[in-house]
Design a protein around this ligand. Structure first.
Ligand SMILES: *Cc1c(COP(=O)(O)O)cnc(C)c1O
Length: 499
């Protein structure tokens, strides 16, 4: 198979191309203080920056922004990423001056509102997940995993158990799981999935011994399947002295229905930027709080937000401040996690929905995924085909055709849809992992299913149309290997630039 030409259809001018000597973007007011000379030894001879009016700069960036696909411009079924619509009220609340213009080093008496929000967030996440304690510090899911694995190690060490060096991870896992474990020098034992997409119990049994730190499990897993033997899986791991880590990236399927803490998980990270509608994928900071069970409470990172002095439930408000767990693993992040961009937005989202609303989210997410699965399973092979949770994985290939998942993904862009995740999870050939989320209506789901069915017909009648897709985007098919190996992040360098 040959790739279509790599040449972009259009070449975008940079701000430097648009520059014209003497144009200025800002006019300063006349100074109302005496002029002073600048220290000449610090000044450069010249500063080769583009010279433009404000309107030119705004138009340039506005124009570039239209090349981007976003959840605000169309359907974004990127599996495992939960690209749900991010309600705009979250943007209002996180920009309230009391949240926006505070400094993390301010005396606690002056930021009681912020601390109250963080405390409430800890309480809500406990209630949602069934865990006993929460740290809000980690900056994203992967950072939450790293934090969690540090706590698992500290727990075993504190018991004087130094043999444990192995982490059990299913073959369906996200790559961040083994990466987090590898960063701590532990080894990974891969546990295969069985024919129904569950953890293979026999293989798990064989791997469980007294060198196991624990298991990291995503449930529902990245096939979008709820493990049918989840209680046995957890029991096996615990019986050999291991701890059970939940990768909470797929929590959207469980909200208000199942609590991982009740199932017996010892700890789990949340991805507030997935489940709780904080913008992500270039749109904002992540946030990966971690919940822990009773036996890990003492190891949580410091500081946590606590109540320093009780209120009287009436006139006298409680005093919120910072507390340290007795055997803390230490600080995981500068200051207190992504407060405004992450926590305030997620807080707003949870407050807006309430318990019943959160349950609706999970039920509609699962309903939407099953609707798409029902519409597509006759056209695309679904290797683990049973009732799915919030997402499912189909094969992007057809018998007797050289069309691949990548071609289908690129062709979807011509129909104005963001492609699903492809080539993950690794256990499905030519994987197309589709997660519609609860925020899409039936018309959108139908239009997407129609497009995928049409593309399957095109794969038979005009495969070159797929091989050369996308056709309508500003840039055509990229050479992905070249793009990764010869990454160019800066498209302009000043003429006199030297390394
Ligand atoms: C997104 C994701 C992660 C990693 O989370 P980040 O917030 O991107 O660091 C881990 N596991 C699964 C299953 C995921 O989907």
């Amino acid at each position: 198979m040959t790739n279509a030409p790599v040449t972009p259809k259009i070449v975008e001018p940079t701000l430097f191309d648009l520059s014209s000597p003497g144009r200025i973007g800002v006019t300063f007011p006349k100074p109302d203080v005496p002029l002073a000379d600048l220290p000449t030894d610090l000044l450069r001879e010249d500063l080769p920056l583009p010279e433009l009016a404000e309107v030119d700069v705004v138009r340039h960036y506005m124009h570039l922004s239209k090349f981007n696909y976003s959840v605000d411009s169309g359907f974004y079924p990127l599996g495992s990423c939960t690209m749900k619509y991010n309600p705009k009220i979250n943007e209002d609340t996180c920009r309230l001056p009391g949240f926006l213009f505070t400094h993390p080093l301010q005396p606690i008496e002056t930021v009681q509102g912020n601390l109250a929000l963080m405390y409430q967030m800890q309480e809500w996440l406990k209630e949602i997940s069934g865990f006993a304690g929460i740290t809000l510090q980690p900056a994203a899911g992967a950072h939450g995993e790293f934090t969690g694995v540090l706590m698992m190690r500290a727990y075993h060490k504190a018991r004087g158990d130094h043999k444990r060096t192995k982490m059990l991870i299913p073959d369906a896992a996200h790559g961040t799981n083994p990466a987090s474990v590898g960063m701590l020098g532990m080894s990974v034992v891969t546990i295969p999935s069985d024919a129904r997409g569950n953890v293979d119990l026999e293989k798990l049994k064989a791997a469980c011994d007294d060198t196991v730190v624990g298991m990291m499990l995503t449930n529902p897993n990245t096939l979008g399947l709820f493990d049918e033997h989840i209680e046995e899986v957890i029991k096996l791991v615990k019986d050999c002295g291991g701890l059970m880590y939940g990768d909470g990236a797929n929590l959207n399927a469980l909200l208000g229905i199942v609590r991982p803490g009740d199932l017996g998980f010892d700890l789990m990270h949340f991805n507030l930027h997935k489940t709780f509608a904080v913008p992500h994928g270039g749109g904002g900071p992540g946030s990966g709080p971690v919940g822990v069970s009773q036996r890990l409470l003492d190891f949580l990172p410091e500081p946590l937000v606590g109540i320093l002095e009780e209120g009287d439930g009436d006139e006298l408000a409680p005093l919120f401040g910072f507390v340290s767990p007795p055997r803390t693993i230490g600080r995981m992040k500068a200051f207190h996690g992504h407060f405004g961009g992450g926590l305030v937005r997620a807080y707003t989202y949870i407050a807006m929905h309430g318990p019943d609303g959160l349950k609706d989210i999970a039920q509609y997410a699962v309903l939407n995924a099953n609707y798409l699965l029902a519409r597509l399973r006759d056209t695309y092979k679904v290797p683990f085909d049973r009732i799915c949770m919030h997402e499912f994985v189909a094969e992007g290939r057809f018998e007797g055709s050289d069309v691949r998942a990548l071609d289908i993904a690129k062709r979807l862009m011509d129909y104005d849809f963001h492609p699903p995740t492809n080539y993950f999870p690794l256990i499905v050939h030519e994987a197309l992992m589709i997660e519609p989320t609860e925020t899409e209506n039936k018309d959108t789901l139908d239009a997407f299913a129609d497009a995928l069915i049409k593309i399957a017909e095109e794969a038979k009648s005009q495969p070159e149309l797929l091989h050369e897709a996308p056709h309508i985007t500003p840039f055509g098919r990229m050479d992905e290997v070249k793009a990764a190996r010869e990454l160019v992040l800066c498209c302009w360098l000043p003429e006199n630039y030297s390394e």
